[in-house]
Ligand binder design. Structure first.
Ligand SMILES: [Fe+2]
Length: 185
């Protein structure tokens, strides 16, 4: 991991923890997501904050019990910091005919963990009641992601790491873009 993205990642976490205005900015975004109509609700809302050709930082707002699909990164290492709430990561062993849950790990507010690029995993909000917020450093940025559906034993590749189930509704973005002056991105 090069120094610059890690320092940027640290500075964003530090700012969140020490600058009440910046924390309040996150809470304003969170309130916007909470008010979305049912048809626009997602398990999580993923926003690319900043980056370069070899890294990017993403923040994710997790609905209660919101989870990604099981997936594997295309060679991208990920570091995750829990800014608010509690996250969980499930690790799977996968073979042609099925899968097995190997381990479930819980990460509390302030804790960090990594996603191995070759491990099939699913991460999400461990709480059925509270929202969660996390910061993700990808090195390099996700170019492709392999996604798994264990119910039907299917897998497919998503270009650019874009699993659309986590995209904020496009027409809702201008609602909170006016808050962006507080964002260093
Ligand atoms: Fe992941």
């Amino acid at each position: 991991m090069s120094t610059t993205p890690d320092l940027t990642f640290r500075s964003l976490i530090e700012r969140y923890n020490s600058d009440p205005a910046y924390k309040n900015f996150y809470n304003q975004i969170l309130q916007r997501y909470k008010k979305l109509p049912p048809c626009e609700r997602r398990p999580y809302y993923k926003e690319v904050m900043m980056g370069a050709h070899d890294w990017c930082i993403v923040r994710i707002f997790w609905t209660p019990e919101g989870k990604t699909r099981p997936h594997k990164h295309g060679g991208s290492n990920t570091r995750i910091h829990v800014l608010q709430g509690t996250l969980e990561q499930d690790l799977f062993a996968v073979w042609d005919e099925g899968c097995e849950l190997l381990e479930r790990c819980i990460y509390l507010e302030g804790e960090e963990f990594s996603e191995d690029p070759e491990t099939v995993h699913r991460i999400g909000n461990a709480s059925p009641f509270d929202w969660a917020v996390s910061l993700h450093l990808f090195e390099p940025p996700l170019e492709k992601m392999e996604v798994f559906d264990f119910t039907y034993n299917e897998r497919w590749t998503v270009k650019g790491g874009e699993d659309t189930m986590g995209d904020p509704p496009k027409d809702a973005l201008p609602i909170w873009s006016s808050l962006a002056r507080l964002d260093p991105a």
